[in-house]
Structure formats: C-alpha cells, structure tokens
Design a protein around this ligand. Sequence first.
Ligand code: NI
Length: 171
Amino acid sequence: MAVREILTVPDARLKLVSKPVDTVDDALRDLMDDMVETMYAADGIGLAAIQVGVDKRVIVMDLSENRDAPRYFVNPVITPLTEDLKPYSEGCLSIPDVFDEVERPSKVKVEYIDYDGQKREEIAEDLFAVCIQHEMDHLEGVVFIDYLSRLKRERAVKKVQKLVRQRAAAE
Ligand code: NI
C-alpha cells in the first residue's frame, strides 16, 4: 500500500467524468488499498479515485469513529428517496481548508459493487448520504464548490492555490 498524491483544485483532471470499472481484480484492489491509506493519511472520510488521478468509478469511505472500517464502492449508482433536502457544511481533500454548506437529498439508495466484486444495495442517510453524494459528484467531474456562487468558488480556488504554494515552500 502507498499514500498517493491528492489532486487539488483547479487541476483539470478533477473535471473528468470517470469511467466504469469492468472487473474487480487485484489491480483494482491495490488502487482501493492505496486510496484508503491516502484518505487516512489526509484525515478524510471519503475519497474518489479521480482525486488521486485515476478516472475510474471507485470511491472509498470510512465514517467510523475509530477509522478502522473502510468501505469500497465500485460503479456506484444513487437514487434519491426523498425530496427533503438537508444542508451540511462540506469539505473536500481536493479543496483543503474550505468548508461551505451544500444542500442534498437526506436519503438515497446506493447500488454498487464491493471490494470482493459482489453487488450490493443500501439505504444511506445522515453523513453517509452526504458523503456518498459528494463522492459521486467527483465521478462526474463536479466538486462541492461548483454549487457555490462564482465569487465564493473563485475565492476558494485562490485559497487552495496559496495553501499549496505554502506547503511546497515548506518542503
Ligand atoms: Ni471531495
């Protein structure tokens, strides 16, 4: 396993639409293992493959308190189960230190293929619903600041660029 570099805005690859996975094989599991290690190292709760530069429809997540229950979603499909929208202050490993409110359906169905290649279906609510919808957006080339005003979005990108420059200078 290895920690990979996380792309940050305005990297053009974050705008790509990710491609469906054909088979869950050892190469894909290696990618998923790296993604989990990368997510833990960055103290995140979710990560999409495109955030490490791989345009495949793969998401990892860990919402557990002890950070010991990684979850894997290959080719996920979500269906909203309610018109009730809930606001949540979202953040993103590709947009470090920026948080803002996004409204999303509070309950969705998630269909996906798991780490072992098995088809699964679940109902997501609360933080799970927020997180899976946020990560699904990455697969479509969308980041959460795309939902904000142009002013806020531009300010966020500038903030991230400054942070990335500072980090590079500190190395
Ligand atoms: Ni994100």
